[in-house]
Ligand binder design. Structure first.
Ligand SMILES: *[C@@H]1O[C@H](CO)[C@@H](O)[C@H](O)[C@H]1NC(C)=O
Ligand SMILES: *[C@@H]1O[C@H](CO)[C@@H](O)[C@H](O)[C@H]1NC(C)=O
Ligand SMILES: *[C@@H]1O[C@H](CO)[C@@H](O)[C@H](O)[C@H]1NC(C)=O
Ligand SMILES: *[C@@H]1O[C@H](CO)[C@@H](O)[C@H](O)[C@H]1NC(C)=O
Ligand SMILES: *[C@@H]1O[C@H](CO)[C@@H](O)[C@H](O)[C@H]1NC(C)=O
Ligand SMILES: *[C@@H]1O[C@H](CO)[C@@H](O)[C@H](O)[C@H]1NC(C)=O
Ligand SMILES: *[C@@H]1O[C@H](CO)[C@@H](O)[C@H](O)[C@H]1NC(C)=O
Length: 778
């Protein structure tokens, strides 16, 4: 068998990028920004890799942001050049040392943020440290303390240090297990906000907060969850003026937390956040995790006029009549969060409480009742009035003021059934019933919904919307809603009911086919999520949409993005900005996708990545940035490959009747006929090297050259042919010099008129005039 092997001499241009070190520029950006209606000059030095404080910034800056650098210490006079500073941000460094004169000269400093460092309260702060900045109003030193070893030991805060800060209105500080706040803190007579974090608390006593100002309005003590926190009933007595209490994630048990409210009987509070204050990890026989709310537990809370109440995630399994929903002043409530418990919000037992609550809470805007999983016998799992005739049950009427109802992930069935009536003139704009399985049906007398989120069979909601053709839906999230079946059944009509929609999320629906006019009814569509479907391409009908700003195509089966879509996306970007997400597809990095790979690097469209995974022709997984950076190496031969594929192969195989073997190069479409290169050369009668101008020096080819020389000398390799294309024979690389004695050189003509002659010459060389049954390896 006779074969001809043709080798491409491929160029290697090493990218210089690898050699360029990334230097951290110590240069900061100087900008003007508006803070509290006032224009200030800001030096933005965030995340510049700094381990020192730059001294060359303009002297008149008002804000210096040094967050997220590598500062470890602040020394005397570090900021004397910046006497106009009002705000200094040192958060997220590794500062563990402060000289006593660190803040000298900062006469105007108002705000100091040193959160997320390693400043130990018991060691770092000298008595004079805050003296130069005693007009400070905001100090944040949260998330600094290491976790203590001893959880029983009292921790005495250096109150004399902080006592200097008599103007402070905001203090954020870490909470130690058994804290002692000395009288120094009582100097802060203007303190309004007190925030505790990095919370290692185990005990709050009647005296804990005694030193703090009577005027504190906002108290947060969140995520103290290493131990169960013991609380005395009068802990909050020193704070009669609190408006916001946030204890979320501090494990003290809901019952204890509710008792702490007694100082606020009959007063007005903005927010009480007792989310996740009970937890299975602090379950005890005295305070069991599983909780039934009783009138006794609610006795203080019920008297309070509270706007936002959060009792989520507390192991609530039931509530007695006269407890949860029996507020003296239900008209104060605006949002109530009962999510992540395990109770039925309304039963026959509590239906009158519920109805009277709904009737009186005339300002209630939001109910979060998501993630309440109670029981799992579901007969009819849909929120619709479609089949209500089949049931005998009672109605409760939701407040007209309600704007947002979240019933997602709620799994329960009631007997007899209870339905929620959404009244006429309602304000319900946002409804989330995704992943809920319940017979608590919503009965709409009127639909005002603008945002609708759902999973499960799309058809239920679809038929509901048809009943109210005048709806104003703007946002629809329809995940796992069997829309692939909907497309099959209803085709282009499927979204005919969604004309006003601006944001459509139909990800996770196994959609593999997209009818041509599916999106046509939605002229105002600006945000489309088609992620996690099975789409092989981005639907080209999108080019008829001129308002799209966000398109999510992640996790589909795209192998490319067509030029039509790319042009459209660029146009959208120019018009109003455009984000396109493409991650998780099956892009090919081959000669056919050259334009896409270039586009990914150069387009102004806001892509979710500039480096998508892609597959090379040889099957190796790479990414588009790597490929882009090795462009010249990987794609130099694209032109020549196209020439080989479209011109040479047809000529040699079809016309001359020879068989060619093409070396298994990365970007050659089609499989190599060769098992190994050496094998192929051994079996070839002829070998052709093709040299193009990009070729400089290719180690890649030396092996083949050697091998060819060897075969030529030892055996039956008839000829080595070197074709030079777009390059003069005299310019070919020196590596070829040593096969000169063995090789025939063919210069491919640039003049079309000479091409025929050259073909003839080549044919002569590889057929010796007599063509029969020969194979060529390329
Ligand atoms: C920093 O300045 C203080 C006076 O403000 C001085 O007592 C102290 O020794 C100085 N520390 C250093 C390291 O120079
Ligand atoms: C604090 O502010 C007052 C009045 O604004 C000013 O007189 C005083 O010098 C300031 N104190 C310091 C330490 O800068
Ligand atoms: C805290 O005060 C309450 C009543 O005000 C009292 O019953 C309780 O014993 C006090 N606890 C402590 C530790 O003083
Ligand atoms: C609470 O607010 C109401 C008005 O909403 C006001 O009339 C009442 O005096 C306030 N109560 C207290 C204790 O501040
Ligand atoms: C699209 O938006 C425009 C302007 O906001 C509005 O006038 C028009 O009615 C909307 N079209 C549909 C079909 O809702
Ligand atoms: C384009 O590629 C160059 C070279 O690798 C790279 O420096 C640049 O960041 C890339 N541009 C984008 C937008 O990814
Ligand atoms: C495929 O090609 C790439 C790029 O030339 C190379 O790095 C990789 O090793 C090749 N993989 C295989 C299996 O040949």
């Amino acid at each position: 068998m006779m074969r001809i092997s043709i080798y491409l001499a491929i160029v290697y241009i090493l990218t210089i990028n690898e050699c360029i070190k990334i230097f951290h520029l110590s240069d900061c950006d100087i900008k003007y920004v508006i803070k509290k209606t006032q224009e200030v000059k800001l030096a933005d030095c965030e995340n510049r890799g700094l381990n020192f404080i730059p001294q060359n910034l303009p002297g008149d800056i008002n804000v210096l942001d040094l967050s997220s650098n590598q500062l470890t210490a602040i020394y005397n006079n570090s900021f004397v050049n910046y006497k106009y500073l009002q705000e200094l941000i040192l958060g997220n460094n590794q500062i563990e040392y402060l000289s006593s004169g660190s803040f000298k000269g900062l006469y105007n400093l108002d705000t100091l943020d040193m959160s997320h460092n390693m400043l130990d309260l018991s060691k770092t702060y000298s008595a004079e440290i805050f003296v130069p900045i005693k007009n400070l109003t905001k100090l944040d030193i949260r998330s600094n303390m290491p976790q203590p070893i001893d959880f029983e030991k009292e921790f005495i805060y250096p109150d004399h240090v902080f006592g200097v800060l008599s103007e402070l209105s905001f203090l954020g500080i870490d909470m130690m297990p058994v804290p002692q706040f000395g009288s120094g803190f009582s100097q802060m007579t203007n303190l309004h906000e007190l925030h505790f974090q990095s919370c290692y608390l185990v005990s709050l006593s009647n005296t804990t907060f005694q030193a703090f100002s009577y005027f504190v309005q906002e108290l947060s003590l969140i995520n103290c969850r290493l131990k169960a926190v013991r609380t005395d009933v009068d802990v909050l007595l020193p704070f009669p003026n609190l408006r916001i209490i946030d204890f979320h994630g501090t494990f003290m048990h809901l019952r204890r937390a509710l008792y702490l409210l007694h100082p606020y009987m009959y007063s007005n509070l903005t927010t009480i956040n007792f989310g996740h204050v009970s937890d299975a990890s602090i379950d005890s026989s005295e305070l069991p995790f599983v909780t039934t709310l009783t009138p006794d537990m609610m006795k203080y809370l019920k008297t309070i006029c509270v706007e936002n109440l959060d009792l989520s995630n507390n192991g609530i399994v039931d509530y007695e009549p006269g407890s949860l929903l029996t507020f003296d002043r239900p008209e104060c409530l605006q949002t109530i969060s009962l999510n992540r418990n395990r109770f039925v919000i309304v039963t026959t037992k509590t239906i009158s409480d519920f109805n009277s609550f709904c009737g009186k809470s005339v300002q209630l805007k939001s109910i979060d009742y998501s993630y309440n999983a109670v029981n799992y016998f579901i007969d009819n799992s849909v929120n619709s009035n479609l089949e209500k005739e089949r049931f005998h049950g009672s109605f409760v009427t939701l407040p007209k003021s309600l704007e947002k109802l979240d019933m997602s992930n709620t799994i329960l069935t009631t007997y007899p059934a209870i339905w929620f009536k959404v009244p006429l003139n309602n304000n319900l704009k946002y409804l989330d019933i995704s992943y809920s399985r319940t017979n608590m049906i919503l009965v709409f007398l009127e639909i005002r919904i603008e945002t609708f989120i759902s999973t499960g069979l799309y058809e239920t909601a679809w038929s509901e919307l048809i009943r109210f053709p005048e709806h104003h839906l703007k946002t629809v999230v329809w995940n796992e809603a069997y829309l692939n079946e909907g497309i099959e059944e209803k085709g282009n009509q499927l979204f005919g009911v969604l004309t006003s929609v601006e944001s459509l999320d139909i990800s996770r629906n196994n959609i593999w086919y997209f009818p041509n006019e599916l999106l046509k009814p939605m002229p105002n569509l600006s945000n489309l999520n088609l992620g996690k479907n099975l789409l092989p391409s981005i639907p080209e009908q999108l080019t008829d949409h001129t308002k799209i700003k966000v398109l999510d195509m992640r996790n589909n089966l795209l192998t490319t993005v067509s030029s039509v879509i790319r042009n459209w996306a660029d146009k959208m970007q120019a018009r109003h900005g455009m984000s396109l997400s493409l991650d998780g597809n099956a892009f090919m990095c081959n000669c056919d996708n050259l334009d896409l790979i270039r586009w990914i690097n150069t387009t102004k469209v806001n892509l979710d990545s500039r480096s998508y995974k892609c597959q090379l022709s040889n099957g190796t997984i790479s990414d588009t940035l790597t490929v882009y950076n090795s462009f010249s190496r990987l794609f130099a031969d694209c032109n020549i490959i196209i020439w080989i594929k479209d011109v040479l192969i047809p000529r040699v195989e079809a016309e001359w009747g020879l068989t060619m073997c093409i070396r298994d190069r990365d970007f050659l479409a089609g499989k190599s006929l060769l098992d190994t290169e050496a094998e192929s050369i051994k079996n070839s009668r002829y070998i052709i090297f093709l040299i193009t101008p990009e070729f400089k020096s290719s180690n890649d080819c030396l092996f083949e050259l050697d091998r060819a020389k060897y075969e030529k000398v030892t055996r039956n390799l008839d000829k080595i042919i070197v074709i030079t294309k777009d390059i003069r024979i005299t310019d070919i690389p020196p590596e070829f010099a040593f096969i000169c004695n063995y090789a025939y050189f063919v210069q491919w003509p640039s003049d079309q008129r000479d091409v025929d002659d050259t073909w003839r010459r080549l044919k002569m060389l590889i057929t010796d005039g007599a063509v029969a049954n020969r194979q060529i390896t390329l």
